[in-house]
Design a protein around this ligand. Structure first.
Ligand SMILES: Nc1ncnc2c1ncn2[C@@H]1O[C@H](COP(=O)(O)OP(=O)(O)O)[C@@H](O)[C@H]1O
Ligand SMILES: [Mg+2]
Length: 264
């Protein structure tokens, strides 16, 4: 069975590639994705966050079940990026509890934080790269840092094809377009086979066609069992996604997080 439908950047039939995916990378990913625990992957309980004195939000609750798909929306400055940072342990809540894979984020030792970083792949809003290194090396960097460079061999090629960047593999990041950078950032976020993908405005600077292509990739990851959380202010993107995947929409506004209704 094909777990993944590859988007077809240049109209070519990529079924052969899908089959290769089935044989190696996808199997590894799928195995890790359904981690089988009965805990929620990310859980925030009565969480508050303040920068200095100003409280950005308070008494915020959030619970992401394994394999769920969530959008986080809300006005600029509402705290979406901050909330995502709490969800991947980059920031610690100023009040309340954050549990990542059942573990209190505050009690994670250095090793625990490193492990968490491997289990949660992040596409940052600014998607920064090491500009002097080729795209392929940038994407493989997390493996190198983890001392697992050997795994890059076959997987990296598949991953580059999946995001449609095979012919750009040798270019440097400044040579890429906005959409290509976003896809490279997504590839880098998933190279460690994380259980969760968190993307901060992944379609912020790209046209509608590219937004849909990125969305397709994120939906494919979710269909493989990965938990997906995307911050976006693009309501069209959310509407499009809701036709393809069972997605919940959370709105962060006026310091509160609410589940958005059917009005979208
Ligand atoms: N490192 C920081 N130090 C102080 N204030 C910050 C910092 N990061 C963000 N803020 C402030 O917190 C608010 C929310 O920011 P952010 O989480 O980036 O919101 P959003 O992603 O919804 O636009 C903004 O007013 C922003 O200026
Ligand atoms: Mg933001």
């Amino acid at each position: 069975m094909h777990l993944l439908t590859i988007s077809q950047p240049n109209g070519k039939d990529l079924r052969t590639l899908c089959l290769r995916y089935d044989c190696n990378l996808l199997q590894i990913w799928a195995k890790r994705a359904g981690n089988g625990g009965d805990f929620t992957v990310i859980e925030l309980e009565d969480v508050a966050y303040s920068y200095g004195g100003a409280e950005l939000f308070a008494q915020l609750n959030l619970s992401l079940a394994p394999g769920s798909f969530h959008f986080l929306t809300g006005p600029s400055g509402a705290g979406k990026t901050t909330l995502l940072k709490l969800c991947y342990g980059e920031l610690l809540a100023t009040a309340g509890q954050v549990r990542l894979f059942g573990e209190d984020a505050r009690s994670l030792e250095r090793d625990g934080v490193a492990m968490m970083r491997r289990r949660i792949g992040v596409v940052h809003q600014d998607c920064q790269f090491l500009d002097h290194l080729p795209v392929a090396e940038n994407i493989a960097l997390p493996l190198k840092v983890a001392g697992r460079e050997a795994e890059a061999d076959g997987n990296l090629d598949d991953l580059l094809s999946w995001v449609g960047l095979k012919s750009q593999a040798g270019q440097t990041p400044p040579q890429l377009s906005g959409g290509e950078r976003q896809r490279a950032a997504l590839a880098r976020a998933v190279i460690m086979s994380p259980d969760v993908i968190i993307a901060d405005e992944p379609t912020g600077n790209v046209d509608w066609e590219m937004s849909q292509r990125l969305l397709t990739l994120l939906i494919e990851l979710n269909k493989m069992g990965k938990t997906v959380l995307i911050a976006t202010h693009d309501l069209n993107l959310i509407r499009t996604a809701k036709n393809q995947v069972s997605a919940r929409v959370l709105r962060l506004t006026d310091r509160k997080l609410q589940l958005a209704g059917a009005e979208l």
